[in-house]
Ligand binder design. Structure first.
Ligand code: V47
Length: 388
């Protein structure tokens, strides 16, 4: 998809437009970025501390354009959250409910399959399926859910269950992580979403999501998935009680695992939404932090193909600007988002394909509809073709 002439042009621009900044500490970092060298943890801390956000964004944009030119990816997807019942009670979360409390729900299988088909007339290419850690639902429910979706929607990619859910299902079914993933894959799971990573540093993790698997277990589950040929995404929740050092530690751990497996497709920085959570007293993130986080992610995660500006969380406005700060992907139509909306998000619950295309074009980029594995999708009025 990337036009080689466009890439040569971008290299030309980068080499003829000297990097400019008021912050001298960015000069050696710019030299590394422009010559394709890896950044260190200290470099990342400098990027977080620099007041020259435009210079940081300019550098991230160089990397983004080197990798993708103007291409900006999105997909036509639907979220399905089969249950919000959760044993974990994470302080970061407004979505989970204890069993039998007001607002708790669990979809019967038939209901989940019907949800998959509802709400949007355009053919979706991906179901994004995540939910709470339900204490009673057997592993078989999840296998049947996936098998039933595959039978009914054979051409739709099933991106299902965070590393946290996989580890919980394994514990409940008394299986190893590998066996659990093998059975999910055999049932029809095609890849895994990036959620549940939060912040790996123990000190913070204990305070925001004490009952989840720890950072090492999250990474080990991702490693096993990649070894089985399942691609996954990775996330980081920022803008709560973590420090710059905690964020850098998180990014470096992901980069090291990616060196080993190459199984991550996309990194998604997730801005914390405090409303309706036990951390409601914390302020929301600012536009500056959101843009900086996108840029630092692009610069540090040199081995991740994609950086996603998840518009549901960033707002379409900030997500659009972030396409010039390092992001090359906007996620998708989503149709029915619950996790952020329970935490006070005021964005729409879904966008149409044409809305996403307009946001991307107005940012001066080229919209490319992709499937979950980043193969281009072409549509006529009656057919959807992947990978031409
Ligand atoms: O793991 C929960 C986060 C994640 C809140 O892989 C919150 O393509 C902010 O992972 N404020 C789930 N964040 C969402 C997620 C995701 C979304 C889009 C695409 C992909 C992908 C993955 O949402 C959770 C948690 O980190 N979260 N509550 C909150 N109050």
């Amino acid at each position: 998809m990337t036009n080689p002439r466009l890439l040569r042009y971008h290299h030309y621009v980068a080499s003829t437009h000297p990097f400019q900044t008021d912050d001298a500490r960015l000069q050696p970092i710019a030299e590394k970025v422009l010559s394709g060298q890896r950044l260190s943890g200290d470099d990342a801390l400098t990027l977080y501390a620099s007041p020259d956000i435009l210079a940081v964004g300019w550098l991230a944009n160089q990397v983004r354009e080197r990798l993708h030119g103007d291409n900006t990816y999105f997909n036509v997807n639907r979220h399905i959250n089969p249950t919000n019942v959760c044993v974990a009670a994470c302080r970061l979360c407004a979505f989970g409910r204890k069993k039998d409390t007001p607002g708790a729900y669990t979809m019967a299988l038939e209901e989940a399959w019907q949800t998959a088909a509802s709400g949007y007339s355009e053919a979706v290419t991906e179901f994004h399926i995540v939910g709470g850690l339900h204490p009673d639902l057997p592993f078989q429910y999840f296998l049947d859910l996936i098998r039933g979706l595959k039978e009914r929607f054979p051409s739709v990619h099933l991106k299902a269950f965070t590393m946290v859910e996989v580890a919980y299902l394994a514990k409940r079914a008394k299986l190893s992580i590998r066996e659990t993933l093998e059975q999910l894959k055999a049932a029809g799971v095609d890849s895994l979403p990036g959620g549940g990573a939060e912040i790996f540093a123990d000190r913070i993790r204990h305070m925001i999501c004490d009952h989840k698997i720890d950072g090492d277990q999250w990474l080990e589950t991702a490693r096993t998935a990649h070894q089985l040929g399942l691609r996954s995404n990775a996330t980081m929740l920022y803008g709560h009680i973590e420090s710059d050092e905690d964020r850098v530690d998180h990014l470096l751990k992901l980069r090291a695992l990616q060196d080993e497996t190459g199984g991550f497709q996309t990194f998604i920085p997730l801005a914390f939404h405090p409303a309706n959570t036990p951390l409601e007293h914390l302020p929301t993130t600012t536009g500056m932090l959101d843009l900086r986080q996108i840029a630092v992610s692009r610069l540090v995660l040199d081995n991740f193909p994609h950086i996603k500006a998840y518009w549901q969380m960033l707002t379409p406005r900030i997500a659009q600007i972030s396409l010039r700060f390092g992001a090359d992907d906007m996620d998708g139509t989503v149709i029915e988002e619950k996790i952020y909306h329970d935490a006070g998000a005021t964005t729409p619950q879904g966008l149409r394909r044409q809305d996403l295309e307009r946001l991307i074009r107005e940012a001066g980029r080229v919209p490319v509809e992709r499937d979950t594995l980043y193969r281009p999708v072409t549509r006529t009025e009656t057919t959807v073709t992947v990978g031409v």
